[in-house]
Design a protein around this ligand. Structure first.
Ligand code: FAD
Ligand code: MG
Length: 363
Protein backbone atom coordinates (compact mmCIF):
# COMPACT_ATOMS: atom_id res chain seq x y z
CA UNK A 1 0.00 0.00 0.00
CA UNK A 2 2.83 2.35 0.95
CA UNK A 3 4.52 1.58 -2.35
CA UNK A 4 1.27 2.22 -4.20
CA UNK A 5 0.84 5.63 -2.47
CA UNK A 6 4.43 6.58 -3.26
CA UNK A 7 3.84 5.65 -6.89
CA UNK A 8 0.62 7.72 -7.03
CA UNK A 9 2.33 10.74 -5.44
CA UNK A 10 5.14 10.36 -7.97
CA UNK A 11 2.66 10.32 -10.88
CA UNK A 12 0.76 13.33 -9.47
CA UNK A 13 3.99 15.29 -9.09
CA UNK A 14 5.00 14.48 -12.66
CA UNK A 15 1.57 15.60 -13.94
CA UNK A 16 1.86 18.84 -11.93
CA UNK A 17 5.30 19.58 -13.34
CA UNK A 18 4.07 18.88 -16.87
CA UNK A 19 1.00 21.12 -16.38
CA UNK A 20 3.14 23.95 -15.00
CA UNK A 21 5.32 23.55 -18.08
CA UNK A 22 2.25 23.72 -20.32
CA UNK A 23 0.99 26.90 -18.70
CA UNK A 24 4.32 28.65 -18.84
CA UNK A 25 4.19 31.60 -21.20
CA UNK A 26 6.58 31.46 -24.15
CA UNK A 27 9.81 33.31 -23.39
CA UNK A 28 11.23 36.06 -25.59
CA UNK A 29 14.80 36.03 -26.94
CA UNK A 30 16.49 38.74 -28.94
CA UNK A 31 19.65 38.61 -31.00
CA UNK A 32 21.37 41.02 -33.36
CA UNK A 33 24.02 39.91 -35.89
CA UNK A 34 25.34 40.98 -39.25
CA UNK A 35 25.07 39.01 -42.50
CA UNK A 36 24.67 39.91 -46.19
CA UNK A 37 26.29 43.25 -45.41
CA UNK A 38 23.39 44.24 -43.21
CA UNK A 39 21.93 43.94 -39.72
CA UNK A 40 19.87 40.87 -38.87
CA UNK A 41 17.72 41.26 -35.77
CA UNK A 42 15.73 38.40 -34.33
CA UNK A 43 12.97 38.49 -31.74
CA UNK A 44 11.84 34.96 -31.04
CA UNK A 45 9.25 33.52 -28.63
CA UNK A 46 9.92 29.98 -27.48
CA UNK A 47 7.86 27.62 -25.37
CA UNK A 48 8.77 24.21 -24.02
CA UNK A 49 12.44 23.64 -24.71
CA UNK A 50 13.65 27.20 -24.22
CA UNK A 51 17.26 26.04 -24.35
CA UNK A 52 16.71 25.92 -28.11
CA UNK A 53 17.02 29.72 -28.36
CA UNK A 54 20.72 29.71 -29.19
CA UNK A 55 20.25 26.90 -31.72
CA UNK A 56 17.36 28.64 -33.47
CA UNK A 57 19.06 32.04 -33.74
CA UNK A 58 22.28 30.39 -34.95
CA UNK A 59 20.37 28.41 -37.60
CA UNK A 60 18.68 31.57 -38.84
CA UNK A 61 22.05 33.28 -39.32
CA UNK A 62 23.69 30.28 -40.92
CA UNK A 63 20.83 29.89 -43.43
CA UNK A 64 21.31 33.55 -44.47
CA UNK A 65 25.09 33.12 -44.73
CA UNK A 66 24.68 29.90 -46.74
CA UNK A 67 22.24 31.61 -49.08
CA UNK A 68 24.77 34.33 -49.85
CA UNK A 69 27.76 32.00 -50.05
CA UNK A 70 26.15 29.25 -52.14
CA UNK A 71 23.76 31.13 -54.40
CA UNK A 72 23.47 34.91 -54.38
CA UNK A 73 26.81 36.60 -53.86
CA UNK A 74 28.24 38.54 -56.78
CA UNK A 75 31.56 38.77 -54.93
CA UNK A 76 32.25 35.27 -53.55
CA UNK A 77 33.48 32.70 -56.04
CA UNK A 78 31.66 30.04 -54.00
CA UNK A 79 28.28 31.19 -55.29
CA UNK A 80 26.35 30.06 -58.36
CA UNK A 81 25.57 33.62 -59.33
CA UNK A 82 29.27 34.51 -59.32
CA UNK A 83 30.02 31.82 -61.91
CA UNK A 84 27.03 32.67 -64.07
CA UNK A 85 28.38 36.24 -64.19
CA UNK A 86 31.97 35.08 -64.71
CA UNK A 87 30.95 32.99 -67.75
CA UNK A 88 29.01 35.81 -69.43
CA UNK A 89 29.87 35.95 -73.11
CA UNK A 90 31.50 32.50 -73.09
CA UNK A 91 28.60 30.94 -74.98
CA UNK A 92 28.61 28.19 -72.39
CA UNK A 93 25.15 27.04 -71.28
CA UNK A 94 25.21 26.59 -67.49
CA UNK A 95 22.81 24.43 -65.53
CA UNK A 96 21.42 26.15 -62.45
CA UNK A 97 20.41 24.42 -59.23
CA UNK A 98 16.65 23.96 -58.68
CA UNK A 99 16.83 26.63 -55.99
CA UNK A 100 18.34 29.29 -58.27
CA UNK A 101 16.17 28.21 -61.22
CA UNK A 102 13.05 28.95 -59.17
CA UNK A 103 14.37 32.32 -58.03
CA UNK A 104 15.25 33.31 -61.59
CA UNK A 105 11.79 32.20 -62.75
CA UNK A 106 10.03 34.38 -60.15
CA UNK A 107 12.29 37.32 -61.02
CA UNK A 108 11.42 36.91 -64.70
CA UNK A 109 7.72 37.05 -63.72
CA UNK A 110 8.23 40.38 -61.95
CA UNK A 111 10.33 41.68 -64.86
CA UNK A 112 7.49 40.97 -67.28
CA UNK A 113 4.69 42.20 -65.00
CA UNK A 114 6.55 45.44 -64.24
CA UNK A 115 7.36 46.12 -67.91
CA UNK A 116 11.04 45.86 -67.09
CA UNK A 117 11.02 48.26 -64.12
CA UNK A 118 12.45 45.39 -62.08
CA UNK A 119 15.39 43.98 -64.02
CA UNK A 120 17.84 41.66 -62.31
CA UNK A 121 20.29 41.85 -65.22
CA UNK A 122 21.43 45.39 -64.44
CA UNK A 123 24.60 44.33 -62.59
CA UNK A 124 26.90 46.13 -65.04
CA UNK A 125 25.11 49.44 -64.35
CA UNK A 126 24.96 48.89 -60.57
CA UNK A 127 28.73 48.19 -60.55
CA UNK A 128 29.38 51.31 -62.63
CA UNK A 129 27.55 53.45 -60.08
CA UNK A 130 29.56 51.56 -57.44
CA UNK A 131 26.45 51.22 -55.27
CA UNK A 132 28.10 48.63 -53.03
CA UNK A 133 30.53 51.23 -51.71
CA UNK A 134 27.81 53.66 -50.63
CA UNK A 135 27.07 53.62 -46.94
CA UNK A 136 23.81 51.88 -46.19
CA UNK A 137 21.08 52.83 -43.75
CA UNK A 138 21.29 49.42 -42.15
CA UNK A 139 24.93 48.73 -42.86
CA UNK A 140 26.57 46.02 -40.87
CA UNK A 141 29.98 47.63 -40.78
CA UNK A 142 31.28 46.01 -43.94
CA UNK A 143 30.43 48.91 -46.22
CA UNK A 144 32.84 51.71 -47.00
CA UNK A 145 31.58 55.23 -46.56
CA UNK A 146 32.38 56.79 -49.91
CA UNK A 147 34.03 60.15 -49.62
CA UNK A 148 31.69 62.37 -51.60
CA UNK A 149 34.68 64.47 -52.65
CA UNK A 150 36.17 61.58 -54.65
CA UNK A 151 32.96 60.07 -55.95
CA UNK A 152 32.70 60.38 -59.70
CA UNK A 153 29.32 60.14 -61.37
CA UNK A 154 29.43 57.82 -64.40
CA UNK A 155 29.27 59.64 -67.71
CA UNK A 156 26.37 59.17 -70.13
CA UNK A 157 28.76 57.38 -72.51
CA UNK A 158 29.87 54.93 -69.81
CA UNK A 159 26.26 54.30 -68.88
CA UNK A 160 25.30 53.73 -72.52
CA UNK A 161 27.97 51.05 -72.83
CA UNK A 162 26.90 49.37 -69.56
CA UNK A 163 23.23 49.59 -70.56
CA UNK A 164 23.90 47.60 -73.73
CA UNK A 165 24.45 44.61 -71.42
CA UNK A 166 21.16 45.10 -69.55
CA UNK A 167 17.83 43.49 -70.36
CA UNK A 168 16.30 40.33 -68.99
CA UNK A 169 14.83 39.72 -72.45
CA UNK A 170 18.39 39.56 -73.86
CA UNK A 171 19.57 36.92 -71.40
CA UNK A 172 19.42 33.38 -72.61
CA UNK A 173 17.41 31.55 -69.96
CA UNK A 174 15.76 28.28 -70.83
CA UNK A 175 14.31 26.51 -67.79
CA UNK A 176 17.26 25.63 -65.62
CA UNK A 177 19.84 26.61 -68.26
CA UNK A 178 21.36 30.04 -68.51
CA UNK A 179 23.90 31.82 -70.65
CA UNK A 180 24.50 35.56 -70.34
CA UNK A 181 25.60 37.68 -73.28
CA UNK A 182 28.93 39.43 -73.03
CA UNK A 183 29.28 41.82 -70.06
CA UNK A 184 25.76 41.09 -68.75
CA UNK A 185 25.83 40.65 -64.96
CA UNK A 186 23.01 39.36 -62.79
CA UNK A 187 22.28 41.39 -59.64
CA UNK A 188 19.90 39.92 -57.10
CA UNK A 189 20.49 42.75 -54.61
CA UNK A 190 16.87 43.85 -54.99
CA UNK A 191 15.52 40.46 -53.87
CA UNK A 192 18.28 38.95 -51.71
CA UNK A 193 16.89 40.09 -48.38
CA UNK A 194 13.41 38.94 -49.34
CA UNK A 195 14.73 35.52 -50.36
CA UNK A 196 16.48 35.41 -46.99
CA UNK A 197 13.09 35.88 -45.29
CA UNK A 198 11.67 32.94 -47.23
CA UNK A 199 14.59 30.75 -46.11
CA UNK A 200 14.29 31.92 -42.50
CA UNK A 201 10.59 31.00 -42.55
CA UNK A 202 11.53 27.43 -43.48
CA UNK A 203 13.99 27.31 -40.55
CA UNK A 204 11.34 28.54 -38.08
CA UNK A 205 8.75 26.09 -39.39
CA UNK A 206 11.08 23.24 -38.43
CA UNK A 207 11.42 24.47 -34.84
CA UNK A 208 8.53 23.23 -32.71
CA UNK A 209 9.54 25.40 -29.76
CA UNK A 210 9.14 28.64 -31.74
CA UNK A 211 5.66 30.09 -31.21
CA UNK A 212 6.27 33.50 -32.72
CA UNK A 213 9.01 35.66 -34.20
CA UNK A 214 9.87 38.89 -35.94
CA UNK A 215 12.99 38.68 -38.07
CA UNK A 216 14.46 41.74 -39.74
CA UNK A 217 17.02 41.34 -42.52
CA UNK A 218 18.23 44.89 -43.06
CA UNK A 219 14.72 46.23 -42.74
CA UNK A 220 12.96 43.50 -44.73
CA UNK A 221 10.76 41.89 -42.13
CA UNK A 222 9.10 38.53 -41.52
CA UNK A 223 6.38 38.11 -38.91
CA UNK A 224 5.86 34.52 -37.82
CA UNK A 225 3.32 32.86 -35.52
CA UNK A 226 1.82 34.87 -32.69
CA UNK A 227 2.71 36.75 -29.54
CA UNK A 228 1.96 35.12 -26.17
CA UNK A 229 -0.81 37.65 -25.44
CA UNK A 230 -2.35 37.10 -28.87
CA UNK A 231 -1.89 40.73 -29.92
CA UNK A 232 -0.77 41.59 -33.45
CA UNK A 233 2.81 42.40 -34.45
CA UNK A 234 3.79 46.04 -34.91
CA UNK A 235 6.21 47.04 -37.65
CA UNK A 236 7.32 50.67 -37.99
CA UNK A 237 7.67 52.36 -41.38
CA UNK A 238 10.64 54.73 -41.63
CA UNK A 239 9.89 58.35 -42.48
CA UNK A 240 11.93 58.84 -45.69
CA UNK A 241 12.30 62.56 -44.85
CA UNK A 242 13.54 61.89 -41.30
CA UNK A 243 14.90 58.39 -40.99
CA UNK A 244 15.26 58.60 -37.21
CA UNK A 245 11.47 58.55 -37.01
CA UNK A 246 8.63 56.52 -38.43
CA UNK A 247 5.60 57.75 -40.31
CA UNK A 248 3.45 55.08 -38.73
CA UNK A 249 3.13 51.41 -37.95
CA UNK A 250 1.70 48.36 -39.58
CA UNK A 251 -0.27 46.19 -37.18
CA UNK A 252 -0.23 42.75 -38.73
CA UNK A 253 -0.63 39.04 -38.00
CA UNK A 254 2.10 36.42 -38.29
CA UNK A 255 2.94 35.15 -41.76
CA UNK A 256 3.65 38.49 -43.42
CA UNK A 257 6.70 39.62 -45.39
CA UNK A 258 7.32 43.35 -45.53
CA UNK A 259 9.96 45.05 -47.67
CA UNK A 260 10.74 48.71 -48.09
CA UNK A 261 12.74 50.42 -50.83
CA UNK A 262 13.67 54.04 -50.21
CA UNK A 263 15.99 56.68 -51.61
CA UNK A 264 17.49 57.08 -48.12
CA UNK A 265 18.77 53.50 -47.82
CA UNK A 266 21.89 53.83 -49.94
CA UNK A 267 22.95 56.97 -51.67
CA UNK A 268 25.69 59.44 -52.35
CA UNK A 269 25.16 63.20 -52.55
CA UNK A 270 27.16 65.24 -55.04
CA UNK A 271 26.68 68.99 -55.40
CA UNK A 272 23.40 68.78 -53.53
CA UNK A 273 21.99 66.03 -55.78
CA UNK A 274 21.15 62.69 -54.23
CA UNK A 275 22.05 59.63 -56.30
CA UNK A 276 20.33 56.63 -54.78
CA UNK A 277 20.57 52.90 -55.40
CA UNK A 278 17.30 52.16 -57.19
CA UNK A 279 18.04 52.35 -60.88
CA UNK A 280 15.53 52.92 -63.65
CA UNK A 281 16.47 50.21 -66.19
CA UNK A 282 15.10 52.46 -68.94
CA UNK A 283 17.71 55.18 -68.32
CA UNK A 284 20.52 53.71 -66.22
CA UNK A 285 20.08 56.58 -63.75
CA UNK A 286 18.57 56.47 -60.25
CA UNK A 287 14.79 56.27 -60.66
CA UNK A 288 13.08 59.64 -60.65
CA UNK A 289 9.42 58.70 -60.34
CA UNK A 290 8.41 61.19 -57.64
CA UNK A 291 8.58 58.48 -54.99
CA UNK A 292 10.64 58.55 -51.75
CA UNK A 293 9.78 55.12 -50.39
CA UNK A 294 7.65 52.05 -51.07
CA UNK A 295 6.58 49.45 -48.52
CA UNK A 296 5.10 46.17 -49.73
CA UNK A 297 3.26 43.69 -47.54
CA UNK A 298 2.54 40.14 -48.67
CA UNK A 299 0.68 37.61 -46.59
CA UNK A 300 1.71 33.99 -46.44
CA UNK A 301 -0.31 31.89 -48.85
CA UNK A 302 1.47 28.60 -48.52
CA UNK A 303 4.73 27.41 -47.06
CA UNK A 304 6.42 26.90 -50.41
CA UNK A 305 5.72 30.32 -51.80
CA UNK A 306 7.97 33.31 -52.25
CA UNK A 307 6.33 36.16 -50.31
CA UNK A 308 9.69 37.52 -49.17
CA UNK A 309 11.11 37.50 -52.69
CA UNK A 310 8.01 39.12 -54.19
CA UNK A 311 7.69 41.77 -51.47
CA UNK A 312 11.33 42.76 -52.07
CA UNK A 313 11.12 42.67 -55.88
CA UNK A 314 7.86 44.63 -55.88
CA UNK A 315 9.17 47.34 -53.55
CA UNK A 316 11.97 48.01 -56.04
CA UNK A 317 9.69 47.77 -59.09
CA UNK A 318 7.01 50.06 -57.60
CA UNK A 319 9.66 52.62 -56.68
CA UNK A 320 10.71 52.78 -60.34
CA UNK A 321 7.13 52.83 -61.66
CA UNK A 322 5.82 55.65 -59.44
CA UNK A 323 2.56 55.87 -57.53
CA UNK A 324 -0.18 54.99 -60.01
CA UNK A 325 1.47 52.15 -61.88
CA UNK A 326 3.18 50.97 -58.69
CA UNK A 327 -0.07 50.54 -56.76
CA UNK A 328 -1.53 48.69 -59.75
CA UNK A 329 1.44 46.31 -59.93
CA UNK A 330 1.25 45.53 -56.21
CA UNK A 331 -2.44 44.72 -56.50
CA UNK A 332 -1.79 42.46 -59.48
CA UNK A 333 0.40 40.35 -57.17
CA UNK A 334 -2.17 40.36 -54.34
CA UNK A 335 0.18 42.59 -52.34
CA UNK A 336 -0.54 45.66 -50.25
CA UNK A 337 1.51 48.79 -50.88
CA UNK A 338 2.22 52.05 -49.12
CA UNK A 339 4.08 54.73 -51.05
CA UNK A 340 5.40 58.07 -49.83
CA UNK A 341 5.81 60.58 -52.63
CA UNK A 342 8.33 63.40 -52.85
CA UNK A 343 5.80 65.85 -51.36
CA UNK A 344 5.39 63.60 -48.33
CA UNK A 345 1.93 62.39 -49.29
CA UNK A 346 1.04 58.80 -48.47
CA UNK A 347 -0.66 56.57 -51.06
CA UNK A 348 -1.96 53.11 -50.20
CA UNK A 349 -3.76 50.17 -51.68
CA UNK A 350 -7.20 49.74 -50.13
CA UNK A 351 -6.16 46.67 -48.16
CA UNK A 352 -3.16 48.46 -46.61
CA UNK A 353 -5.46 50.98 -44.93
CA UNK A 354 -6.63 48.36 -42.44
CA UNK A 355 -3.05 47.63 -41.31
CA UNK A 356 -1.57 51.12 -41.21
CA UNK A 357 -1.72 53.50 -38.26
CA UNK A 358 -0.30 56.97 -38.77
CA UNK A 359 2.17 58.07 -36.08
CA UNK A 360 0.52 60.25 -33.44
CA UNK A 361 -2.89 59.74 -34.99
CA UNK A 362 -5.93 57.83 -33.95
CA UNK A 363 -7.20 55.29 -36.37
P1 FAD B 1 16.21 47.34 -52.99
O1 FAD B 1 15.32 48.35 -53.60
O2 FAD B 1 15.56 46.09 -52.58
O3 FAD B 1 17.30 46.94 -54.08
C1 FAD B 1 18.20 47.86 -54.63
C2 FAD B 1 19.36 47.08 -55.16
O4 FAD B 1 18.91 46.24 -56.22
C3 FAD B 1 20.44 47.98 -55.72
O5 FAD B 1 21.48 48.11 -54.76
C4 FAD B 1 20.87 47.24 -56.97
O6 FAD B 1 21.86 46.28 -56.62
C5 FAD B 1 19.63 46.50 -57.42
N1 FAD B 1 18.72 47.29 -58.26
C6 FAD B 1 18.63 48.65 -58.40
N2 FAD B 1 17.65 48.99 -59.25
C7 FAD B 1 17.08 47.84 -59.66
C8 FAD B 1 15.99 47.53 -60.55
N3 FAD B 1 15.32 48.50 -61.18
N4 FAD B 1 15.69 46.24 -60.74
C9 FAD B 1 16.37 45.24 -60.12
N5 FAD B 1 17.41 45.47 -59.28
C10 FAD B 1 17.74 46.75 -59.04
N6 FAD B 1 25.93 45.42 -48.91
C11 FAD B 1 27.13 45.77 -48.41
O7 FAD B 1 27.32 46.94 -48.12
N7 FAD B 1 28.11 44.86 -48.20
C12 FAD B 1 27.93 43.57 -48.51
O8 FAD B 1 28.82 42.76 -48.30
C13 FAD B 1 26.70 43.15 -49.05
N8 FAD B 1 26.48 41.88 -49.41
C14 FAD B 1 25.27 41.53 -49.91
C15 FAD B 1 25.07 40.20 -50.27
C16 FAD B 1 23.85 39.80 -50.78
C17 FAD B 1 23.66 38.37 -51.16
C18 FAD B 1 22.79 40.76 -50.94
C19 FAD B 1 21.46 40.32 -51.49
C20 FAD B 1 23.00 42.07 -50.57
C21 FAD B 1 24.22 42.48 -50.08
N9 FAD B 1 24.47 43.78 -49.73
C22 FAD B 1 25.69 44.15 -49.23
C23 FAD B 1 23.45 44.83 -49.92
C24 FAD B 1 23.29 45.19 -51.42
O9 FAD B 1 24.48 45.72 -51.90
C25 FAD B 1 22.16 46.21 -51.65
O10 FAD B 1 22.54 47.45 -51.15
C26 FAD B 1 20.90 45.84 -50.99
O11 FAD B 1 20.56 44.54 -51.39
C27 FAD B 1 19.82 46.82 -51.35
O12 FAD B 1 18.63 46.46 -50.72
P2 FAD B 1 17.49 47.51 -50.45
O13 FAD B 1 16.39 46.79 -49.78
O14 FAD B 1 18.07 48.70 -49.76
O15 FAD B 1 17.05 48.02 -51.87
MG1 MG C 1 13.72 45.31 -53.18
Amino acid sequence: MKKYLQKMIGILLAVCILCCGCNRQPQMYQKVDTAMGTIISQTIYLSGDTTAADTVTAEVISCINDLEKEYLSWRMDSSELYWINAKAGSGQLLEMSDFLTNIVKQCQNVYVASDGAFDFTLGSVARLWNIDSWAGQFQGGSTVNTSQAVYRIPTREELDVAMMAVGCNLSNIDGSYINLPERMQLDLGAVGKGIALDCVKQVLLQQEAVTGAVISVGGSILTYGSKPDGSLWNVGIVDPFDTAHSIGILTIPGGCSISTSGDYERYVEVDGVRYHHIIDPATGYPADSGVKSVTILLKDNNVDSYEGLFSDALSTACFVLGVDKGLGLAEAFGAEALMVDSRGEIHMTEGMESYFYLSNAEK
